[in-house]
Design a protein around this ligand. Sequence first.
Ligand SMILES: Nc1ncnc2c1ncn2[C@@H]1O[C@H](COP(=O)(O)OP(=O)(O)O)[C@@H](O)[C@H]1O
Ligand SMILES: Cc1ncsc1CCOP(=O)(O)O
Ligand SMILES: [Mg+2]
Length: 277
Amino acid sequence: MSRIIESYQEQLTQVFPLKKQALIHCITNSITSESVANAILFMGAKPVMASDSREVKDFLKQADALFINLGHLSQEQEKSILLASDYAGKVLCPIVVDAVGVGVSSLRRCLVEELLQKEPKIVKGNFSEMRSLCGLATHARGVDGHMADQTTEAIEELREKFQEMTLGYPKTVFVATGVRDLIVSSQQHLLLQNGVFALDQVTGTGDIVGGLMAVFLAEGYSAVVSAMFAISYLNCCGEQAFTKTKGLYDFRNDLFNQLADLQKQRDWYGAIKGEVK
Ligand SMILES: Nc1ncnc2c1ncn2[C@@H]1O[C@H](COP(=O)(O)OP(=O)(O)O)[C@@H](O)[C@H]1O
Ligand SMILES: Cc1ncsc1CCOP(=O)(O)O
Ligand SMILES: [Mg+2]
């Protein structure tokens, strides 16, 4: 049994089925919006994609968590993101920030820095995005992570930077995804090891995992546990889907089937691999 399972076994055995049909307010990108909405639905929660600044507060009043994804930023979306994050802060609605493209665009980097002031529960991105956010050298290109930013040395360097970040932002958990996944809070850090390469070849898997983190936060789990559940569950679904399918599009479809189905197996979490420190 892996250290991760040992440390979180009680919560892992009880997480599914989800206890409330949490409403997740998503301000996200138009490229993968449908994938994120269906992933949240297939998990057993409810998505709403609303990003017009004139109505964002109305939707947020009903929401159990707010997912902000910078993937397709516009001036109007920036206005909505700032309004929504202010309001969420006031009503204590947990926020996940997905720093998509932050490795390339200084506009996005400044926005994430502003969002950090609102005390989001989780700030996530792939290794290239998160290294860039932390001021480390990065091979970020477009919205994808680069393997050179995921060597053991690069991961360790980022872990140290994340720990420094938690001194300034103790209420935020920092997450980097890729072949391995790093989760760092002011108290502990986790390194996860599940998933398959096909998850990197399908667009939107990073966005989905951000949406799932918001689902688990809405269910009342801590930020570390929510990040771990979201990544581990998606990646176990990816492993299952990969064994069954021939092509990438089949893989994508079966990944969604697995999101709905794997949770029905009591021992779904048995394949989780990783370390806790
Ligand atoms: N090469 C890989 N091997 C295993 N899992 C991966 C791989 N690449 C990505 N993943 C998983 O896919 C999900 C999306 O991660 P990633 O592709 O890094 O995000 P993004 O789409 O934001 O770049 C995460 O759960 C991550 O663990
Ligand atoms: C292709 C693309 N361009 C802007 S956002 C986006 C989708 C990114 O999705 P993910 O970060 O989950 O790979
Ligand atoms: Mg991706």
